[in-house]
Design a protein around this ligand. Sequence first.
Ligand SMILES: [Zn+2]
Length: 358
Amino acid sequence: MKKVTLKLLALFFPIQLLFIYILKQNPTWVETYYSNGFFLFISQLQHYLTSWIPFSFGDLFYSALVIIILFWVYNTFRSRFRKIWTRFLEAVAFLSLIYFLFHLFWGFNYYRLPLHQTLGISIDYTKEELHEFTCDLIQKTNTVHSDLVSHDSLKVNYEFTQNQLQQLVFEAYRHSENEDLQIPYRVENLKKSLFSLPLSYAGFSGYVNPFTNEAQYNYKIPKYKLPTTMAHEIGHQLGFSKENEANFIASIITMEDENQFLRYSGLTFALKYSLNDMYRKDPLLSEALIAELNSGVLENYKEVQEFWQAYTGPLELVMETIYGNYLKVNNQPQGMDSYNYVVALLVNYYQQEHIINY
Ligand SMILES: [Zn+2]
């Protein structure tokens, strides 16, 4: 690349930082002109380009990026750090370009209005309200669980192929009549991750590639977890960049679907967050609540826990640190802790004029 291009690209980096600083103060602009404007157009174009490819094109793109970086490091060492200024310029220019594309294609969604504001709901709730919501979830979970197994002590088996589960989740999105969320689901663009094994060790169930807008899921995780994972990644794909908001969307879409297996995945997913939050507020009460659950439900939780335990290693810790920092950089100051914030959305959403629809 010409040196002048490199210089311009490098100079563009601090300008982008300033621009993002301004956007952070003006979420309404982002909501109106990006999330409900430009993003709808650009994501449609990305889907048009990548949804028909049977494997994750974005994973190949990531692999290529890694190769380019390794090649750059190799060359820098081989030339014994000669032309170090040019090398530095190359690095900043590269970073600037990636940073720009990341935001243009998807990342600006991090600065949109918080979902509770769009939905017009509060995020405060009392312990009593949480208790009531959790009891409701437990009762519904037990009912669905009993319908799906021959005995309460058995876990629910998901005798589906991954493709079948995928289709069920697509249908759930298509059929969602949720008027508040108005989820504009149009294109199916969900792929198995080519990196599922390292992903398992790193403790990740899936991700969206902002450059191609493909959603990837880790196909090694237990099938019982797949519906909520797929729904979560599709939530990201639709422009809900933040973890807690994607979790909220995934809960609503699966819990309210007519398919019992999807409901069961969704109810137990939301319940886990509620129980964890309850545990922080009142450990004894939370234990009493857990005792009310059919024991087979706990078997499903255990299955997931055992899966992740089988893959624990130092990589998981490293990834948690990196991802925690990534979240902090991208406007989610609570980092990994914000995962439990989904409870605030759920409790308030279902309290204010909504009921879980069945
Ligand atoms: Zn996510």
